[in-house]
Design a protein around this ligand. Structure first.
Ligand code: ZN
Length: 285
């Protein structure tokens, strides 16, 4: 009798374990290069997709390098979603070490990117981000057709909510008289296109180079000419990159975030809100 009871208890303990395993293995594992696509995959894939983020929150895709552990964990992914157009400089070493299919989310936007001199930061315009999400949705359906309807429904909900929020934020900025911004890194032309802002200058194409004397002189003359009260850096940068300019002109240094993933930018919508509100506060003063 004791043996029977022990057997029943053991069986009761093991059954959920087996169920647990089969549920885990049914999930589709995909990988994404940057955080905005992580938010998209989580929102569209819901309970049926696991996502692996390659560039950690707080790091820059321009300078990120792969670790062997990351390559190992990526071998589980059925597909890797990237922005493309030179954003992910680590991608060639990744495709050399893995057979996983890489899907560029921006191929359908290449003419727009060409008009911006090949600048890759296209996800920051919500209209273009929705197009990238459509590629994610279609790829998930190709890989896992049994959940097609769920992916389609999640895509509609997610992108409608993004566009609704984007329109409201654009409306908020429409009351501003001064729409000129100066950024450190050239990440915001598409964002500015959508929200009706004017990027007077981006100091560097690559966020890791410091401004030279020529950059400093040019920025200071723009600050005076356009009555600029604040300039923008990125989260991983120290305000010290603007030291000379702040000393000469007294501008404030504020932070814009092109990627998100921090506590206040956990979703694409929160990321838009954060950037729009930061710019609004800077220009409304
Ligand atoms: Zn960038």
């Amino acid at each position: 009798m004791k043996k029977l009871v022990a057997f029943i208890i053991l069986f009761a303990l093991l059954v959920p374990l087996f169920y647990g395993c089969s549920e885990v293995s049914e999930k589709l594992t995909v990988s994404v290069s940057i955080y905005p696509f992580y938010d998209a995959v989580k929102s569209i894939g819901g309970d049926y997709v696991d996502a692996i983020l390659i560039v950690p929150v707080g790091s820059s895709p321009h300078t990120f390098t792969l670790t062997p552990q990351l390559v190992e964990s990526l071998s589980k992914a059925k597909v890797i979603f990237v922005n493309g157009f030179g954003l992910e400089s680590f991608i060639s070493s990744l495709t050399n070490s893995l057979n996983t299919k890489v899907v560029s989310l921006s191929d359908g936007l290449k003419e727009i990117i060409a008009n911006y001199g090949g600048n890759p930061h296209i996800w920051l315009n919500p209209d273009y981000f929705v197009k990238q999400c459509e590629v994610i949705k279609n790829t998930l359906i190709d890989l896992d057709p049994s959940h097609k309807e769920i992916y389609e429904k999640n895509f509609e909900t997610y992108t409608n909510s993004i566009l609704e929020n984007a329109r409201a934020l654009k409306e908020k900025l429409s009351t501003l008289k001064n729409r000129n911004i100066i950024t450190f890194h050239a990440a915001f032309p598409y964002f500015s296109e959508y929200f009706g802002l004017n990027v007077l200058k981006s100091i560097k194409r690559d966020p890791n180079n410091l401004p030279g004397p020529k950059d400093i002189a040019e920025v200071e003359s723009l600050i005076k000419q356009y009555n600029i009260k604040a300039v923008f850096k990125e989260p991983q940068q120290s305000s010290e990159i603007y030291n000379a300019i702040v000393e000469d002109t007294g501008v404030k240094v504020l932070t814009l975030n092109p990627l998100g993933g921090s506590d206040e930018t956990k979703t694409y919508i929160d990321l838009m809100k954060y950037n729009v509100n930061t710019i609004y506060e800077a220009l409304n003063g």
